[in-house]
Ligand binder design. Structure first.
Ligand code: F6P
Length: 539
C-alpha cells in the first residue's frame, strides 16, 4: 500500500484550525492556567518512565481536538500501519522504511517483498554481539598480538551522528575502549584523530551504507595509508571492519568479507543507529547496553503504534509542532536537554528532522504552498541559559522549545542535581508567565529601565521528564523524535525518507575538484568563478 496524498490545508480540521487560530493567537497561557486548575493534568501524558507535560502550550482543549481531527483526516492511523508493515512508503526510492524492525522482538515478523526480515536482523545482531564481546574481552587482537584499546568510527551523516551522539550520551556506561569519530573531509579532522592512535591497538569501523560517500572513503583511505606504514597488507583484516549494503565495494577497498556487517536499503541512513551502524555504540558500551537501547526504542514503537492519539507522545508532540509551524508561523524549534550527556542530541536531531522534512513538493509531485520542516537547534541547559536564552525570553521570535530532563543524576550528586532541576523547572515557568510591568515596578526597578525588564511570557514549551538517563530511556527518547518526524511528514503530505536535496552540491563539488588540477573551466557564475580562481592562484 502506498501513502495517501491528502493536502492538509484542504481538510475541514485545517480550516477550523485557521478560524480558531484567530481567536486564540493572542490568548496568554497564564490566563488559560488561571481559568482551569486541571489544565496541567489534562495536558500531561504519563507513560512508563516518561512524564510529558505539554500544558505550557498556546492551545486550548478545542485546539487539541482540532489537531487530533487533523491526524484522523490525513489518515495517520493507516500510515503508521503501512510503515510498520513494510509497505514501500519511501516511494521516491521504492523502499520500505523499517528501522522499527531492527528493534522488534525476535519472535515478530516483518515482511519486505514477501520475506520476513527479522531472522536476518537477528543474524547480524548475533554477529555484532560476538564481535563486541571478543573485542571488549581482548579475544580478538591486533597484528602484533595486543588487545584493542581504541575504536575509530569512520562515517558521516547517519553513519556518524547517531553513533557519535549515543556514545557521548552513554559515556557513563562506557567500558575501557576509547572511541573516536572521523567524519569531515577536512583533513585536519582525520589527522588530529590519527595523532592519538597507536596502529597496533586500534580497530577501524568504516560505516557507509552506500560505500560511495566521498568523505568516508577519503578518510578511510587516509587512515589505511597511515596504518600500512606500520603494518603489512595482511594486517588490514585484523584492524578494519565495515558496515555497508555495498559488499562489493567494501571488498575492493580491501576489507575481508568476514569483517563486513551488512545492512539493508530499507534502513535510512539517519535512522540507522539501531543496525550494525551502531557497532561502535556496542563496542563502546557493551552489547547488553546496545540491546537495552533497542529495547527502549521498541517500547516507544509499541506506544506509538497502539496508543490512542490523545495520549500518544510522538503524535501529540508532532501536532503541537504543526500548530506552531503552520499557524503561528514559528520557523524554528529548540531542544534543550538538561543533561550535559545529551550535548550532541540537537545536532543529531538536525539531520533526522531537517533531512527528512525539509521538502517543498507534496506526495503528488506538486509544489507546496504551506510551511514544512522546522529548523531545529539547541544546547544543554544550563549552559544555553547563559548563551541564547535571552532571545527566547525577550526576542521578537516565537521559539517553541522541548525541555528534556532526568529526575535522577547518574553520579548522584544531589546538590548539583537539585540546582540543575530547579533551573529546568524555573525556565519553563518563566517562559510561560513572563514578568509584568507591575512586578518590575514592585521590585523597585529604575523607572527608565522598566520596559527593558518586562518579559511578555507566553512562550511555549514541552517538558519531557524522564526518570534516569539509561540506554533504554535514551532509546525511547530517540524513537520518540523519529516518530514525531514521521507524523509531521504524513501531515505535510511529503516524502520524509529521501534526501535528493543533498545531491546537487555533491555533483558540483566533484566538478570543481577536477578543475583544481586542470585548465578545464566549467561554466560558473562570476562569483564562483572568481572564488575558484582565487583559490587556484594560492594553491
Ligand atoms: O547526507 C546525505 C547522506 O546520504 C545521508 O542521508 C547519509 O546518512 C550520509 O549521506 C552518509 O551516507 P553513507 O552511509 O552512504 O556513507
Amino acid at each position: 500500500m502506498t501513502l495517501p496524498s491528502i493536502d492538509p490545508t484542504a481538510t475541514d480540521s485545517w480550516k477550523r484550525l485557521q478560524e480558531h487560530f484567530k481567536t486564540v493567537k493572542d490568548v496568554h497561557m497564564k490566563d488559560l492556567f488561571a481559568q482551569d486548575k486541571e489544565r496541567a493534568n489534562k495536558f500531561t501524558i504519563k507513560w512508563d518512565d516518561f512524564y510529558v507535560d505539554f500544558s505550557k502550550n498556546r492551545i486550548t482543549e478545542e485546539t487539541f481536538n482540532y489537531l487530533l481531527e487533523l491526524a484522523d483526516e490525513v489518515k495517520l492511523k493507516d500510515a503508521i500501519k503501512s510503515q510498520f508493515s513494510g509497505d514501500l512508503i519511501n516511494q521516491t526510492e521504492g523502499r520500505a522504511v523499517l528501522h522499527t524492525a531492527l528493534r522488534a522482538p525476535e519472535t515478530s515478523e516483518c515482511y519486505v517483498d514477501g520475506v520476513n526480515v527479522i531472522p536476518e536482523v537477528y543474524e547480524v545482531k548475533q554477529k555484532i554481539k560476538q564481535f563486541t564481546n571478543d573485542v571488549v574481552n581482548g579475544d580478538i587482537k591486533g597484528f602484533t598480538g595486543k588487545a584493542f584499546t581504541d575504536v575509530v568510527n569512520i562515517g558521516i551523516g547517519g553513519s556518524d551522528l547517531g553513533p557519535a551522539m549515543v556514545v557521548d550520551s552513554l559515556q557513563y556506561y562506557k567500558n575501557h575502549l576509547t572511541t573516536h569519530f572521523v567524519s569531515n573531509v577536512d583533513g585536519d579532522h582525520v589527522n588530529e584523530v590519527i595523532k592519538k592512535l597507536n596502529p597496533e591497538t586500534t580497530l577501524f569501523v568504516v560505516v557507509s551504507k552506500t560505500f560511495t560517500t566521498q568523505e568516508t572513503l577519503s578518510n578511510a583511505n587516509t587512515i589505511k595509508a597511515w596504518f600500512l606504514k606500520s603494518a603489512g597488507e595482511d594486517a588490514i583484516a585484523k584492524h578494519f571492519v565495515a558496515v555497508s549494503t555495498n559488499i562489493q565495494s567494501v571488498k575492493s577497498f580491501g576489507i575481508d568479507e568476514n569483517n563486513i556487517f551488512p545492512m539493508w536499503d530499507w534502513v535510512g541512513g539517519r535512522f540507522s543507529l539501531w543496525s550494525a551502524v551502531g557497532l561502535t555504540i556496542s563496542l563502546a558500551v557493551g552489547y547488553t547496553n546496545f540491546e537495552s537501547l533497542l529495547v527502549g526504542a521498541n517500547k516507544m514503537d509499541n506506544h506509538f503504534k497502539n496508543e490512542d492519539f490523545k495520549t500518544n507522545i510522538p503524535v501529540v508532540l508532532a501536532l503541537i509542532s504543526v500548530w506552531y509551524n503552520n499557524f503561528f508561523k514559528a520557523e524554528s524549534e529548540a531542544v534543550i536537554p538538561y543533561s550535559q550527556y545529551l550535548n550532541q542530541f540537537a545536532t543529531y536531531l538536525q539531520q533526522g528532522i531537517m533531512e527528512s522534512n525539509g521538502k517543498s513538493v507534496d506526495r503528488n509531485g506538486n509544489l507546496i504552498d504551506y510551511e514544512t520542516g522546522t529548523l531545529i537547534w539547541g544546547e544543554p541547559g544550563t549552559n544555553s541559559q547563559h548563551a541564547f536564552f535571552q532571545l527566547i525570553h525577550q526576542g521578537t521570535k516565537l521559539i517553541p522549545a522541548d525541555f528534556i530532563g532526568f529526575t535522577k543524576s547518574l553520579h548522584g550528586n544531589q546538590d548539583h542535581q537539585d540546582k540543575l532541576i530547579s533551573n529546568f523547572l524555573a525556565q519553563t515557568e518563566a517562559l510561560l508567565n513572563g514578568k509584568t510591568e507591575k512586578e518590575v515596578i514592585a521590585e523597585g526597578a529604575r523607572p527608565d529601565i522598566i520596559p527593558f525588564k518586562v518579559f511578555k511570557g507566553n512562550k511555549p514549551t514541552n517538558t519531557i521528564f524522564v526518570n534516569k538517563l539509561t540506554p533504554e530511556s535514551l532509546g525511547k527518547l530517540i524513537a520518540m523524535y523519529e516518530h514525531k518526524i514521521f507524523v509531521q511528514g504524513i501531515i505535510w503530505n511529503i516524502f520524509s525518507y529521501d534526501q535528493f536535496g543533498v545531491e546537487l552540491g555533491k555533483q558540483l563539488a566533484s566538478k570543481i575538484l577536477q578543475e583544481f588540477n586542470s585548465t578545464d573551466n566549467n561554466e560558473h557564475d562570476s562569483s564562483t568563478s572568481n572564488l575558484l580562481n582565487y583559490y587556484k592562484s594560492l594553491m
